[in-house]
Design a protein around this ligand. Structure first.
Ligand code: HEC
Length: 135
C-alpha cells in the first residue's frame, strides 16, 4: 500500500515540474518574424485567392504536387520565383499575374523565408522539448 506522504511528495514533485516547465516555455522567445507590410499582406491574399497551398507547402503544411516554398526565397532567389510566376511551367499553372501581384507574392515569400525553416535536418531538439535552428 502507498503511504499518504509518498502521494503528497509525488503530487508536489509533479506540480513543481509542471510549473517549472511552463515557466521555461513562457520565457523562451519565439523566432524573429520578418517585417510585414501592405505588399506582403497583398501577397498573402493572392496566395489564398489562387489557392497556391493546394500544391505547395509553407512550414511543411499544404499540398505535395509542387515543392515546399518556405525557403524558396533564400534558396533559389527572387528571379527564379518571378520566372515561375510569370509563365508557369508544364505542371505549374500560369495565373497571368500582373507585375505588382508578382512583386507582392515575392514579398510574402520573403517574410515566410525569414520566419521559418522547412528542413527538419536543420533543427536541434532541446531537452525542454523546444527546437532550435542550427545557425
Ligand atoms: C496545380 C498545382 C499548383 C498550383 C495551384 C501552384 N503551383 Fe507553383 N508549382 C507547381 C509545381 C508542380 C511546381 C514545380 C514545377 C516545375 O519544376 O516545373 C511549381 C513551382 C513553383 C515555384 C518554383 C519553386 C522551386 O523550388 O523551384 C514557385 C515559386 C511557385 N510554384 C509558386 C506558386 C505560387 C505563388 C502559386 C499561387 C499563385 C502556385 N505556385 C500555385 C504547382 C502548382
Amino acid at each position: 500500500m502507498v503511504s499518504e506522504s509518498f502521494k503528497y511528495i509525488t503530487a508536489t514533485f509533479l506540480l513543481v515540474s509542471f510549473l517549472t516547465y511552463s515557466l521555461v516555455l513562457y520565457f523562451h522567445s519565439p523566432p524573429p518574424l520578418g517585417q510585414s507590410t501592405e505588399s506582403t499582406a497583398a501577397g498573402k491574399l493572392l496566395w489564398q485567392k489562387y489557392n497556391c497551398t493546394a500544391c505547395h507547402q509553407i512550414y511543411g503544411l499544404g499540398g505535395y504536387l509542387g515543392p515546399d516554398l518556405t525557403n524558396v526565397y533564400s534558396k533559389k532567389g527572387i528571379q527564379h520565383i518571378k520566372a515561375f510566376l510569370k509563365t508557369g511551367s508544364n505542371t505549374m499553372p500560369d495565373y497571368h499575374l500582373s507585375d505588382d501581384e508578382i512583386e507582392s507574392i515575392c514579398d510574402f515569400l520573403k517574410v515566410i523565408d525569414a520566419s521559418g525553416n522547412s528542413d527538419p535536418r536543420l533543427f536541434i531538439k532541446n531537452s525542454n522539448g523546444t527546437i532550435q535552428l542550427i545557425q
